[in-house]
Design a protein around this ligand. Structure first.
Ligand code: RUB
Length: 309
């Protein structure tokens, strides 16, 4: 069944990256709505809510996931029959996917404006949104060079360098700990986001905060590319974004780890970059300083403080 399969593929990171996770979840809900064998609206709603919970429980950090699920589930705010509910969910999921893909196109166009001919960029992890800006600037004929990190322990940097190589962009592949060594050669850091808090802090792949810190010290600008559904509404209430800590055996093979009983391997997948280390956030609605994160949550995600209580 697509629902459990998608949940499993998100959990195992076969589907990864905040935008892709969000679209996969929306489509899984649409598929699930089509398979539910009931004519009772209450049962339909309950089953859909369970499905939504299953999906949102797969990975805790990327807020795109609950935001996408909420967007699709809004189709069930009021519906007359199961058939009407089903089609509303399918329509809403399709609309989410379309808006999400359109957002990437807009972010690419807006982000590319901030990249100049001859720029040397640095990126971390594999972000569809950040890469779209770099690829668009290259498509416009700007000559670029990129430093891309390896991204221990899961190696998402490999996906990034393949895409850059396919586009014919001169790329340097470096280990994560070489960031400070090279930062003075870099004009601009471009990364994505899994979540953005109301105070403009950006949650992204572990190591992003270190890169932003090194960039700050070197007076190199840091730009974050993120769709508006990466902004985390519940941070308005002071809620913190949960940082996923993954299996230690991703870092150290089990047989080695088991020989070291006094060693605890820690494997947080994300970290938090404070707003003061971020110069600009490029969204599909325009580029904003991190201090304007609240307006995105209010104006584009449509969240009201009263709704959150
Ligand atoms: C991926 C990651 C990406 C963001 C943004 O982490 O940190 O930078 O998700 O990606 P993981 P996008 O590999 O653990 O999912 O711009 O594609 O949404």
């Amino acid at each position: 069944m697509v629902l459990s399969e998608t949940a499993e593929r998100i959990k195992s990171m076969e589907i990864r990256g905040a935008g892709r996770i969000a679209r996969a979840a929306a489509l899984a809900l649409a598929d699930y709505a089509g398979t539910l064998d009931t004519s009772d609206p209450d049962v339909f709603r309950r089953e859909m809510r369970n499905a939504a919970d299953t999906l949102t429980g797969t990975r805790p950090t990327a807020v795109s996931l609950p935001n996408a699920v909420r967007y699709v589930m809004r189709a069930l705010d009021s519906f007359e029959s199961v058939e009407a509910g089903r089609s509303a969910v399918v329509r809403q999921a399709a609309a989410f996917v379309e808006e999400s893909e359109h957002a990437i196109g807009r972010i690419a166009a807006i982000g590319a404006r901030h990249i100049s001919d001859g720029d040397v960029l640095m990126t971390h992890c594999n972000s569809e949104a950040a890469l779209s800006c770099i690829l668009e600037a290259h498509r416009q004929g700007k000559e670029l060079e990129v430093y891309a990190t390896e991204v221990r322990p899961r190696g998402q940097g490999l996906v990034t360098i393949r895409a850059l190589n396919d586009a014919g962009i001169k790329t340097n592949y470096i280990i994560d700990s070489a960031v400070r060594y090279f930062i003075n050669d870099v004009d601009l850091v471009f990364v994505g986001a899994d979540a953005i808090a109301v105070n403009g802090a950006v949650v992204n792949k572990i190591g992003t905060a270190q890169i932003a810190h090194a960039a700050h010290e070197a007076r190199t600008n840091v730009i974050v590319a993120a769709e508006t559904y990466k902004f985390a509404p519940r941070t308005i209430l002071g809620e913190l974004i949960e940082i996923e800590e993954r299996d230690p055996y991703e870092v150290l093979p089990r047989e080695e780890a088991e020989r070291l009983p006094f060693v605890r391997v820690r494997n947080p997948a994300f970290d938090v970059t404070p707003a003061e280390y971020i110069d600009l956030i490029v969204t599909e609605q325009g580029a904003i300083p991190p201090g304007l994160a609240f307006t995105v949550i209010r104006d584009y995600l449509g969240w009201k403080i009263e709704e959150l209580r």
